[in-house]
Design a protein around this ligand. Structure first.
Ligand code: G3P
Length: 213
């Protein structure tokens, strides 16, 4: 399973990319808004750090506008993937962008049906929001499992991204379900790396090493 980091914070991206555990980045308008920098500058900085897919969200509502934004953003770098929210205008834009050879990440997906249609339209990635489904009283992981089953059955080429991940269990369950990608916030990556028994074990080895003659 590929690991993307779900943030627009370049310090976080740099830190985890240097560890060799990050294959790509996903951003969204809310994550960009948290940063005190101009949008283009953030994307250019991310491009200079990461050699892998970088999802940047289109914010226009009509297909024409989404396509125009997609064309503009994709010129920044070959690794840019255009995030497009699923609805009729979004599907239309995904179809056109895909014809132009521009990669897309269909976002805000909450059902296997939406994922299936995004794939039909030509989305390179489909992002299923596990955490937000759980928050709404649904089982986000069931949607991941169901979608993977369908994608495998029909050899669908779109990659499934397990998104809106809130804890390390979401990551394990996504990997077990065969998700192609998990896009993970930095605080969850941090929890995945650490274990109290590891810290205790390292300290004990260091202390004992001091006693070695
Ligand atoms: O990748 C989608 C993600 O950014 C949404 O996460 O935590 O806002 O539901 P969240």
């Amino acid at each position: 399973m590929e690991v993307f980091i779900d943030t627009a914070n370049t310090e976080q991206i740099k830190k985890y990319y240097e560890l060799g555990i990050v294959d790509g980045v996903t951003t969204n308008p809310s994550l960009i808004a948290k940063e005190d920098k101009p949008f283009k500058k953030i994307i250019e900085e991310i491009v200079s750090i990461v050699d892998g897919p970088i999802s940047v969200e289109a914010t226009e509502e009509k297909a024409e506008g989404i396509i125009k934004q997609g064309e503009e953003y994709s010129k920044i770098n070959k690794n840019i993937v255009i995030k497009v929210a699923i609805n009729e205008e979004g599907l239309k834009a995904i179809k056109e962008l895909s014809k132009k050879g521009i990669k897309t990440n269909c976002t805000l997906i909450f059902s296997a049906n939406q994922a299936l249609l995004a794939a039909k339209a030509g989305a390179s990635y489909v992002s299923i929001f596990v955490g937000r489904l759980d928050d709404a009283g649904n089982n986000g992981m069931n949607v991941i499992r169901e979608t993977m089953e369908i994608f495998k059955m029909y050899k669908i080429e779109s990659k499934l991204i397990s998104a809106s991940i809130r804890n390390p269990i979401h990551v394990i369950e996504s990997a077990k379900a065969g998700a192609d990608v998990a896009t993970i916030p930095f605080n969850v990556l941090d929890k995945m790396i650490k274990h109290p028994l590891t810290d205790k074990g390292i300290q004990k080895f260091l202390d004992d090493w001091k006693k070695v003659k």
